[in-house]
Design a protein around this ligand. Structure first.
Ligand SMILES: [Zn+2]
Length: 345
């Protein structure tokens, strides 16, 4: 383990976010104020959150500006085994009850089609064979589907608007199994692949060497040090030969374990640079007009939340309002799926 402290500000890392390494994809128009207006009408929709190790569904009832979650169901499995059967039952139910459907999918998307997944190979293959990997073929005529970063930012910005917070610039950052981000810029929700940007060596003190791997990228990317499963868990296993999950590692970090501390502080530093890079790329102004919403398992660790705050504070031009999605809702991506089913479905 190195003795040098982690650098707190590495301009070269932020500069990498201004290059073609940052893949971006404009997904849909979204206006939180309009979404709030839509919540006045009494309606029911189905929302589905497709994650790396579980699918969650719920019926949402709206009316008088409120969003009420009912009939929540969870199906757990590995690699997406059984996901399709669970979704086919939901599709039959949506048709029978004539419900619009919103789907948050932790996969790369092109329109309503899945184009890439790391965690869900079985589900992806079954979807390809049966439905051309297209949620619109599974839920014909009634679905709006998007990546979880998009659903997260639509959900979070609407929940903020319901509390009277309407910033000019919003970014949403997921740090969980993987790393992902999105922004709303000039009324357009944009998927911003903050993960697959190279990490500079000084921000990789534990010598993570596992390459990015996405679409053939051979360099070590930000996700490989910052995310939970792809980064922290992988690095801890390399260093100790022991496999521990994010919950166990988070506890070690809170207890002050040296290796866990360095792995999490490395993650927080890389993530703070990613946030700074995205803010600069989309010209976020300094102050309360800029909101960064942070979502995912890493932010369940109190010491990590503090590390992100303190790391961001030492990077110039990053003054903003930091919001943790856990303070808005238990599942802001599922909420976003319900909201977009109303406004876009
Ligand atoms: Zn990558």
């Amino acid at each position: 383990m190195q003795n040098e402290p982690l650098p707190r500000y590495v301009p070269e890392q932020i500069a990498l976010y201004q290059t073609g390494h940052l893949l971006t994809h404009e997904v849909c128009q979204f206006d939180p104020a309009r979404a709030v207006a839509e919540l006045q009408a009494e309606r029911e929709v189905m929302a589905i959150d497709i994650g790396g190790d579980k699918v969650r569904s719920a019926i949402y009832r709206t009316g008088k500006g409120a969003l009420q979650k009912l009939e929540e169901r969870v199906f757990r499995s590995r690699k997406g085994v059984g996901y399709l059967r669970f979704l086919e039952r939901l599709a039959a139910e949506a048709m029978e009850r004539d419900l619009r459907v919103g789907i948050s999918s932790a996969t790369k998307m092109e329109g309503s089609r899945i184009t890439r997944t790391v965690n869900l190979p079985v589900f992806f293959e079954e979807m390809r064979q049966g439905y051309d990997a297209d949620y619109a073929a599974l839920f014909p005529g009634r679905v709006f589907a998007a990546n979880d970063t998009i659903m997260g930012i639509c959900g979070a910005s609407t929940l903020l608007a319901l509390r009277g917070i309407a910033p000019s610039h919003v970014a949403f950052v997921i740090c969980a199994s993987g790393l992902g981000a999105s922004v709303i810029a000039d009324g357009t929700a944009i998927h911003v692949e903050a993960a697959h940007v190279p990490i500079v060596p000084v921000l990789n003190p534990l010598g993570q060497a596992t390459p990015c791997g996405v679409e053939g990228r051979q360099y070590v990317c930000v996700e490989r040090v910052a995310a939970a499963r792809a980064g922290i868990e992988d690095i801890y296993r390399q260093q100790t030969g022991e496999a521990k999950d994010g919950v166990e590692l988070g506890k070690l970090y809170e207890a002050g374990d040296d290796l866990a501390t360095l792995a999490y502080e490395t993650s927080a530093t890389a993530l703070a640079h990613a946030i700074a890079g995205v803010m600069r790329r989309y010209a976020f102004p300094e102050g309360d007009e800029s909101v960064i919403v942070l979502h995912g398992g890493n932010f369940e660790v109190g010491r990590y939340r503090e590390a992100i705050r303190s790391r961001l504070a030492t990077i110039p031009h990053t003054r903003c309002r930091l919001v943790f999605s856990r303070d808005l809702s238990p599942n802001v991506c599922l909420d976003g799926a319900a909201i977009t089913a109303l406004t876009l479905g």
